[in-house]
Write a protein that binds this ligand. Structure first.
Ligand SMILES: Nc1nc2c(c(=O)[nH]1)N[C@H]1C(S)=C(S)[C@@H](COP(=O)(O)O)O[C@H]1N2
Ligand SMILES: [Mo]
Length: 408
């Protein structure tokens, strides 16, 4: 909520800063109705990083709360991979203590719903296979801050996302070694290792998520992130990685991987993370938030980059297809009236990674609404409008993510 209030204040400030800025404040696009000048006019009052992520780069982050920390739009560079120091954080429960990573190789995972269920240590998993995947990790609620009905939850704009490289053993290799999935199982269910307070129903708190069995094909049990042991804050010593699925399905500090006939009864699955109409409490009849959708946004210019002088400008941003590779990206300078193809640049790290795009322009003085629109290899086009839903999930509206630019 704080971020929304801040944005409002910025708009008010824009209004008092002069006629040009006042005009811009009036042409708000969702809550992204800032101009670069208005944004930087307000001195930041950043909350400090909580202790468990004190190693992160405070300059690159917006601390919403101790458990919700967002990457600034201005911090996403053009190097494809998001460094751990800049990667967002989302914890549904308080972050676990360092005892979790005191003996990384000794961490135990129970594997159930296979022919020969058993416990495996990380040391054992490390002998069973190795694969690496570059993947967009994105919170289901990324873009929630653009929903006008102000859903409860963190009002993320673009930064509850990053592109990260994970290494670990393919789930299918583990399953094969344990005799295959038991008959009749339709879901893969991961359980987070957080210690839960006593005396409360664990179902109400546990981070336990079920995904359709087919998701196991590309899933990993990962111990490494961007070339280092997974930081505790990001799920070390062991994390379930389900490429193409939203953040919540990527269970941190996983202690149990079960193949199950039905979805877990945990609240986070049963009523949480489902798409229900605005004003309607979600229940199991509403679709679960699983696969990500096609999406892109502009990272430069951005609210922090300040006024841009007339002349040449390299607009850049990121685009991804969710479960599909992204095929192309288009950019509009006039709020979506006309579109031109942008150029994909940098390495292609596979279907689950994002691509960087660049759109070189020469701009005359004036105001511009810069939007980007991604298209995946199956022809799915990033839509103009968000899918309205009560909790503000999976926002991929290009209009919401557009940026206003004043060229002086
Ligand atoms: N065990 C566990 N796994 C979890 C969570 C959690 O609270 N506990 N949060 C989920 C949510 S909602 C998101 S968006 C991602 C965030 O991953 P990150 O903190 O590494 O960025 O982790 C997911 N996995
Ligand atoms: Mo999330």
């Amino acid at each position: 909520m704080n971020e929304i209030i801040n944005l409002r204040r910025r708009q008010l400030l824009a209004g008092s800063a002069g006629t040009l800025a006042a005009g811009l404040a009036g042409s708000a696009v969702g809550i992204a109705g800032w101009s670069p000048r208005a944004w930087s006019a307000e001195p930041a009052k950043p909350k400090p990083l909580p202790d468990y992520v004190a190693w992160k780069d405070a300059q690159s982050l917006i601390v919403h709360s101790a458990t919700t920390i967002e990457t600034k739009r201005s911090a996403f560079g053009t190097s494809v991979i998001t460094p751990a120091e800049q990667l967002f954080i989302r914890n549904n429960l308080p972050a676990p203590d360092a005892s979790f990573v005191a003996d990384r190789n000794g961490w135990q995972l129970a594997v159930e719903g296979v022919k020969n269920p058993r416990k495996l240590t990380v040391a054992e998993l490390k002998t069973m296979g190795l694969e690496t995947v570059a993947m967009v990790l994105q919170c289901s609620g990324n873009g929630r801050g653009f929903f006008p009905h102000k859903p409860s939850g963190t009002p993320w704009t673009v930064g509850a996302a990053g592109c990260v490289i994970w290494s670990g053993v393919p789930v299918r290799a583990v399953v094969e070694a344990l005799g295959g999935v038991a008959e009749g199982m339709r879901f893969m269910t991961g359980t987070g290792g957080e210690k839960l307070p006593e005396g409360v129903d664990p179902k109400g708190l546990v981070v336990e998520r079920s995904v359709p069995l087919k998701a196991m094909e590309d899933a990993l049990l990962a111990w490494e992130m961007n070339g280092e042991p997974i930081p505790l804050a990001h799920g070390g010593p062991l994390r379930l990685i389900v490429p193409g699925y939203t953040g919540v399905n990527n269970v941190k500090y996983i202690k149990r991987l079960a193949f199950t006939r039905d979805e877990t009864e945990a609240k986070i699955q049963k009523t949480g993370y489902r798409i229900s109409p605005i004003g309607v409490k979600s229940d199991p009849s509403h679709p679960s938030v699983w696969e990500m959708n096609v999406k892109s946004w502009v990272n430069y210019p951005n609210p922090d980059s300040g006024p841009v002088p007339a002349g040449g400008l390299q607009i850049h941003g990121v685009a991804f297809g969710g479960v599909n590779a992204v095929k192309r990206v288009e950019v509009s300078l006039d709020g979506g009236k006309t579109w031109k193809e942008a150029k994909l640049v940098g390495p292609d790290l596979g279907r689950y990674a994002w691509r960087q795009f660049v759109f070189p322009v020469k701009l005359k003085p004036g105001t511009y609404t810069i939007a980007s629109r991604a298209i995946d290899v199956e022809g799915n086009v990033q839509p103009e409008n968000r899918l309205e839903n009560d909790h503000g999930y999976i926002n991929n509206s290009w209009r919401d993510h557009a940026v206003q630019l004043t060229v002086a």
